[in-house]
Design a protein around this ligand. Sequence first.
Ligand code: C5P
Length: 237
Amino acid sequence: MPSLPQYSAVVPAAGIGKRMQAECPKQYLQIAGKTIIEHTLTNLLAHEQIKQVVVVLNANDMSFAQLPIANHTNIKTVMGGQERSDSVLAGLNYLSEDEDWVLVHDAARPCLAKSDLTALLQLANQGNVGGILASPVRDTMKRSVGLKTNQQNVVKYTESRENLWHALTPQFFNCGTLRKALTEARNKNVEITDEASAIEYLGEKVILVAGQASNIKITQPEDLLLAEFYLAQQQAK
Ligand code: C5P
């Protein structure tokens, strides 16, 4: 049987996670006896098509090197930047010029299902520049007049839910195209919140691959219990 194509993954982990109100960056909070980032990296390394993971760390990060997984032969680390897109670019710059496709996955998403990753990797070399895992929105979506944290907010109007998706990670793109997209967006000061938005900025097509809604990004303290539940379910399978 021919061997499966192998890809590198970049895991941006240089954020400080202000919304968690925790002592340490959210990726170092524990779920089921391991840090969030260890669950995330273990998931990626367990996939037979992931050859290495480049973890992008904050310049002040003292925690990652203490974790046993930091010594894994297929894990490399680089220093991140001010914005998430700067951190992703730092990770891409570590990779060799001949890398064909690259996967980018948030450190704070520990519940990625293997089948979703396999489905996303099928996008390589199919005549497009790549795509992302996404899940259709379920709730009615309200646009508020402004957004005030901890204060009363007022509805401006109801957004149509039709054709609306949550953009998840991993996001999987042709490496050269993603480098170009992130660099051009940065040079033009375009706000980029995920890799796909940089690709959209270039005018390229981004494919949406429907993924499981359990692939949550740990953002609020209550997400920890939910992630623990999903991880237990996945391990029981
Ligand atoms: O803050 P947010 O939840 O959107 O961050 C998503 C991911 O991007 C996290 O894994 C975070 O550590 C990472 N990030 C980064 N560099 C930054 C900001 C965020 O690597 N400057």
